[in-house]
Design a protein around this ligand. Structure first.
Ligand code: FAD
Length: 430
């Protein structure tokens, strides 16, 4: 067996939004950082950066101002949402730093810092979100002004129907039209990634534009499923706008999501440039807490084992789908450190008998309890380890899907966990 020994100051466990954000923030502060985990989950990410729009869940109250929503949830002292432990200025800084990084990496976002924006979904509904990728922004503007728009559907792409969007939105947006067009050069079923890569080829775009032009009429913007390129999405988007002579926008569609893949690729390239060593598609199998206060982590498969000595760890392993939490007959457990998990007393209460109840399910509020420094707590309510921090959806007292706070939760808590780690390092000269 070959054992490779590694050392770093901070080990981030998890390559979802929280783990990637933590790695970025740590590297930006000069902390020697490593990150480990599977990147596949990020391909589910729609591209929309939610900060906060629904609270309380039981009434489904929708907030236009995400900061007012965050202020409102801070009144719940008994079950504090992780946002309640971060000053709003810290949440804003985290979002700004993260979005600036994406912008500098070729994935610019648009936001109105005091107001959520309404984005059309592939179901023909509207979704409130905080920051919108540049490639989707013309759709937000067009909806606001109810401009005449043309939506394109490619029959080869399953799960996206511009006709459905048009019919569902007909009352509030009557000047929306839709057409079906064959995807250039193809007559069979296609996958989004294939189509996105094809569109990076100028000749494919030219053929597409030629087929759209006769249908433009009074259209001021054209909407496509979110397949406008992967590494060259900005170029594809700009070129289509130029050739069509109108604004162009993407509509988020079902996974695998191209905006998610773009984000994954940006991180894969940029983390290496920032000096973060990443162990993608690997997992931590075992951790030993050392007397020095640090950790020894074991990863790797078969004959190739990796042993990583880290002074501190940020645990960003997500929930059940990502295996950060595991649901057993005896209860819910945390899978890496075996930390206590806040959860309903009994399995019977995990799910609401009314599956579609607005109040959601108690199991979605399960997760790690933390202190104000983002240390997960042990069964006595004390920090489990001085150098262990947690971030992202593994934290208790949030239901990010219903509250529409997924990305913001991951980014802001990653920021807070990195700051807490750095404070500890400075205080103790580890
Ligand atoms: C279907 C879907 C749609 C979404 N849409 C939106 C949206 O519209 N807007 C929005 O803002 N956000 C959206 N999100 C993304 C959301 O922001 C994040 O998924 C969520 O915030 C959780 O991120 P996370 O990093 O905490 O956990 P996850 O994304 O679940 O990542 C957990 C990571 O931990 C790793 N891991 C687990 N165990 C181990 C181990 N033992 N060793 C190493 N690694 C381990 C996993 O491999 C994974 O990399 C969507 C996500 C999904 C799944």
């Amino acid at each position: 067996m070959i054992v490779t020994e590694k050392r770093c100051d901070l080990m981030v466990i998890g390559c979802g939004m929280a783990g990637l954000a933590a790695s970025l923030f740590a590297a930006g502060r000069g902390i020697s950082t490593m990150v480990i985990g599977h990147t596949g989950r990020i391909r589910f990410f729609s591209g929309l950066m939610d900060l906060m729009s629904v609270y309380p869940i039981s009434t489904g109250k929708n907030w236009e101002d995400p900061w007012a929503a965050i202020h409102s949830l801070s009144t719940d002292k008994e079950h504090p949402h992780p946002y309640s432990r971060i000053h709003p200025a810290g949440i804003q800084k985290a979002m700004d730093e993260f979005l600036s990084f994406l912008s500098e990496s070729g994935l610019p976002y648009h936001m109105d810092s005091n107001q959520n924006q309404s984005v059309i979904t592939s179901q023909g509904t509207l979704k409130q979100t905080f920051a919108v990728p540049h490639t989707m922004m013309a759709g937000v503007d067009a909806f606001q002004e109810k401009e005449p728009c043309l939506l394109i559907r490619f029959p080869e792409l399953k799960g996206f129907s511009s006709r459905q969007i048009q019919e569902t939105m007909n009352e509030i947006w009557p000047s929306l039209r839709s057409i079906d067009l064959p995807f250039p050069n193809h007559f069979h079923e296609l996958f989004p990634e294939q189509m996105a890569r094809e569109l990076e080829n100028p000749s494919c775009r030219e053929k597409l534009v030629i087929s759209i032009l006769p249908h433009l009429k009074d259209t001021s913007a054209v909407g496509f499923p979110a397949i406008l390129g992967i590494e060259k999405s900005m170029e594809v988007h700009a070129d289509l706008e130029k050739r069509l002579g109108v604004r162009v926008f993407e509509i988020p569609c079902l996974p695998p999501s191209m905006p998610g893949l773009r984000l994954q690729m940006v991180f894969q390239h940029q983390l290496a440039r920032l000096g973060v060593q990443a162990f993608f598609q690997q997992q931590v199998d075992k951790v030993t807490a050392l007397d020095t206060g640090g950790f020894l982590l074991y990863a790797g498969e078969g004959m190739d084992q990796i042993r990583i000595h880290a002074r501190g760890v940020i645990l960003a392993t997500g929930r059940f789908f990502s295996k950060g939490l595991a649901a057993k007959r005896t209860g819910i457990r945390e899978t890496v450190f075996n930390l206590p998990v806040y959860q309903p007393e009994n399995r019977t209460y995990w799910h609401n008998p009314d599956f579609l109840a607005c109040s959601g399910h108690a199991i979605n509020m399960a997760g790690l309890e933390i202190d104000d420094s983002f240390h997960p707590l042990d069964k006595n309510g004390q920090p489990a380890f001085p150098s262990l921090f947690a971030a992202g959806s593994i934290l208790a007292h949030q239901d990010w899907i219903r509250m529409k706070c997924g990305s913001g939760l991951s980014i802001a808590t990653a920021y807070a966990a990195v700051e807490a780690f750095q404070k500890q390092v400075n205080g103790h000269d580890l």
